[in-house]
Design a protein around this ligand. Structure first.
Ligand SMILES: NC(=O)c1ccc[n+]([C@@H]2O[C@H](COP(=O)([O-])OP(=O)(O)OC[C@H]3O[C@@H](n4cnc5c(N)ncnc54)[C@H](O)[C@@H]3O)[C@@H](O)[C@H]2O)c1
Length: 289
């Protein structure tokens, strides 16, 4: 497969990061969103991220301008489908939205285009079954923030072809990422392990075994985790983590039953950094809204 143009659908947190990595990898990149202001914000974020990279000596200003010139935006999925050799969707985590998009991909994309979803938990098989080309459908799970995080989890559904996996490996490598391949199953590798660690940390906190600070410190300094489980869940969002655990509990069984303290904090609106309060408090800095 000769991939020249990558289409990214959804210009939110993940889509803009994926577009950044694709352009830096040398691909012509088209970023699409239904909300025009998201495209404006995404362009500003991408320019800022390139500036930061130059300041930190990670790339030259020539490389940054060349990458920026490879990025275009669009407000039509149909147009992106007609031009792209490789499509990655990063719209919100709702199956109905993903199914609608895969139907459009199937209708308008080039016959050999790879159709990838950045879903963090949903079934690639269900999306693939909306198309007449399930062999080209795959999960491509990037991590947040995309410019900094090295991994892509490639999620292989039963009908995904070897050629599709090879194409994803090549795209991932040109984006400067490391790739792992996992057969489709709930939570893939990373979310499945992470949900369990986080849930266990809440169980220990609930039982009063140690403070949140000490549990975080133990995992960072004793087990070499870059972040403690509570720092991490405050960043991800407690509501997001609860939804993942509920899904894993329903699909994989009892050991994923969401911890009661996590549920209580979510019910109280303590969702993490985004609400100013999660496991920890995040006081507003003076002068910041
Ligand atoms: N945020 C994370 O940390 C993270 C990490 C890995 C994977 N993911 C997955 O990536 C996907 C996107 O997450 P996000 O955090 O970037 O979401 P987000 O809400 O930040 O962005 C989603 C974007 O999609 C746009 N959109 C909605 N419907 C659309 C449509 N029909 N066509 C085009 N654009 C549409 C929205 O306007 C928005 O800009 C989800 O599947 C999520 O599970 C998220």
């Amino acid at each position: 497969m000769d991939v020249k143009t990558i289409g990214v659908i959804g210009a939110g947190t993940m889509g803009r990061g994926i577009a950044y990595a694709a352009a830096l990898g040398g691909y012509r990149t088209i970023l699409e969103d239904v909300m025009p202001e998201m495209l404006i914000n995404a362009n500003a974020w991408i320019a800022h991220t390139f500036d930061e990279g130059i300041k930190r000596g990670k790339l030259t200003s020539e490389a940054a301008s060349a990458a920026i010139s490879r990025i275009a935006t669009s407000s039509s999925v149909e147009d992106v489908c007609r031009e792209a050799d490789f499509l990655i969707e990063a719209v919100p985590e709702e199956m109905e939205l993903k199914l609608e998009l895969f139907t459009l991909f199937d209708k308008f994309a080039k016959p050999n285009a790879v159709l990838a979803s950045n879903t963090s938990s949903l079934s690639i098989t269900e999306m693939a079954e909306m198309t007449y080309r399930p062999e080209l459908c795959v999960g491509m799970h990037f991590f947040n923030p995309v410019p900094k995080m090295q991994l892509i989890e490639l999620v292989r559904a039963p009908k995904t072809s070897d050629e599709t996996i090879v194409a994803c490996r090549e795209v991932g490598s040109r984006m400067g990422k490391e790739v792992v391949v996992v057969k489709e199953s709930p939570g893939f590798i990373t979310s499945r392990v992470n949900a369990l660690i986080g849930n266990e940390a809440f169980a220990m906190l609930e039982a009063g075994l140690a403070s949140a600070e000490d549990i975080d410190k133990a995992l960072k300094l004793g087990l070499n985790h870059p972040m403690g489980p509570f720092e991490m869940v405050d960043l991800v969002g407690l509501d997001v983590r609860l939804r993942i655990l509920e899904y894993l509990h329903a699909t994989l069984g009892e050991k994923y039953r969401p911890n009661a303290l996590l549920k209580k904090l979510v019910a109280e609106g303590r969702l993490g950094r985004k609400t100013g309060r999660g496991v920890y408090d995040y006081p507003k800095e003076p002068g910041k809204s």
